[in-house]
Design a protein around this ligand. Sequence first.
Ligand code: ATP
Length: 626
Amino acid sequence: MAHGGSFSSLCNVLERVAITSKNDAKLKIIFSPELRKVCAGASLYPLLRLILPHLDRERTYKLKEKKLAALYVELLGLSPTSADGKKLLHWTDPTIVTSRAVGDFSMVLQEVMQYRSKPKASNMTIQDVNQLLDELNEYDPEAGNVMAKKKQVLLKFITQFTAEEQKWLVRMVIKDLKVGIRHERVLQFIHPDAVEMFNHTNDLARVCSELTDSMVRYVPQIAPFQVFTPMLAKRLPFGECTQAMNSNSFYMEPKLDGERITCHVQTKEDGSREFQLISRNGINYTEKYGPCISSFVNTQVHQMFDVILDGEMLVWDSVEFKFLSFGSLKSVASEQVQGKNDHKWLCYVVWDIVYLGGKSASTLLAKLCPTIKTETTNIMGLPLTSRLKILSAVLTPLDHRVMRIEQTLVPASLSPVERHERVMADIDKRLSAGYEGLILKDATSHYMCGEVGRKSQRWIKLKPDYAGMTRQLDVIVIGGYYGSGSRRGGAVSHFLLGVLERPLSENDFSVPVVSFCKVGTGYSMEELDALRKHLAPHWQPWEVNKLPSYFDGWSPKSDTKPDVWIRPEDSVCVEIYGFELTYTTEYQTGLTLRFPRLKAIRYDKSWSECLTMAQLNTMKGQQFNQ
Ligand code: ATP
């Protein structure tokens, strides 16, 4: 029914809508399956401007009831004092119009035209009607008599349409269909963002041409150098995180501990590039951080494009070979500018692109997202997966200067249990690598600024809440794992921790220890160096047949299997804390600590004072809530 659909069918639909009481039922009649079939691939605009004529800003006929009545009387050759002439001219007067049509010009007109119009439905299409209405809208002052054109069109109404069809035509001209449905309901039906976009743009044609796919969302356009709050993540409990992603694929990213920065790059007329760095709160950091990274951004962002990138500013330490925490950002930026530091520098880690402009933007969009209308597409409205494709095309990462964040896709095809396991495994990995947590991002989600984004729950942050833990656990180092990297490599850097199977009684040193968890975070390099020195003489290689009997029956998986072991008497006690105690088959205790961190190395404590299995079980029962 779109362009080629018949106008008389549309009138029938409108009749039915008018007498249907419920909104949902009205919408179902308007957007029938047949209509959807006919409209597939075609724009809804020709139809919607007839159904929602008051939203059609392109046609302002300057014809209201009074004028229309006079024109009809004239064109029909009626005497103003005849019964029908009077009805048309005094359509609100109940002494003249005695039917229930009184007060409704279009209905009065229908009554008057009942025996004056053709009885059979017209064969006009929606396209024909739109053309006629365009003509009715034409205003050519040069033409002398401005009404002449309008009269020609109205004459066509009279001669080529039935009385009922004229009623609807006139309602379209008056811009009030009287079918009892709010335009918001109709717009919502065509796209979840149609109302918002119409409110911003006042442009029904644009709404119809841009919002054709509910996966492509409308977001008010952002331009380079405009301050906006970047999309925020919502914190959710671990148990709820995968459900929150619905059944969509999602990306897992480490949660970085730097400064949230959007990076704006635009090429000026003369070919030079303008560049700005803006923080989450709208502070311009171009002067502070710009000198450290602008040259890298300029070379790594393709010259043809203007972009706004979203990401985190961090400090890279090339000796420690890791990112440093937020605290050092400003001082390192100053040192870098002054040339004082040659092994620490700023690195911008990018995770999203929210604006794409420049000469080649529409060509790139047409290539990467062929189904999207390129010239007007706001890329914030694209699903994250598409934005990341664009990001790959416009940014060539440079290690430790301008990088892409590590993004691991968890596909929709996995079962909920598998998805949850993937997240838990990744968060374990990230936390033991020293990250604060994990961010999950719905791969189908569009970019929403600030709190709107947070409320949408399309980005979720997972951070263990260590605050809930009120007690530390005293445990003993019973094994070790070799580290990797320039500082941690070459010696033990992670530790297998154990507890006593039962309390030691006096002179009884035969009590076995049992494995409980593995820790690799919470200590400084200095603390690690001291601990390494302390334990180095006592490590023994992990050789299956040469292990103490208390490890009998334990067959750890590769990640948990230590490289070396140590006798408790030669070892040290450490204080650890974590997120929660959970059941496991991985360690001999049957319990382990999720996301363990080292609090202190207790050289002062004897191994005999460390926790026992029984105490651990009691703590599991209380789960640190005492
Ligand atoms: P909130 O942001 O909820 O107000 P907050 O300021 O304490 O709380 P965090 O809980 O630390 O912030 O998390 C939000 C911040 O996480 C963001 O502003 C952003 O800088 C940072 N962040 C780190 N990694 C990512 C990532 N991969 N994706 C999105 N944001 C990230």
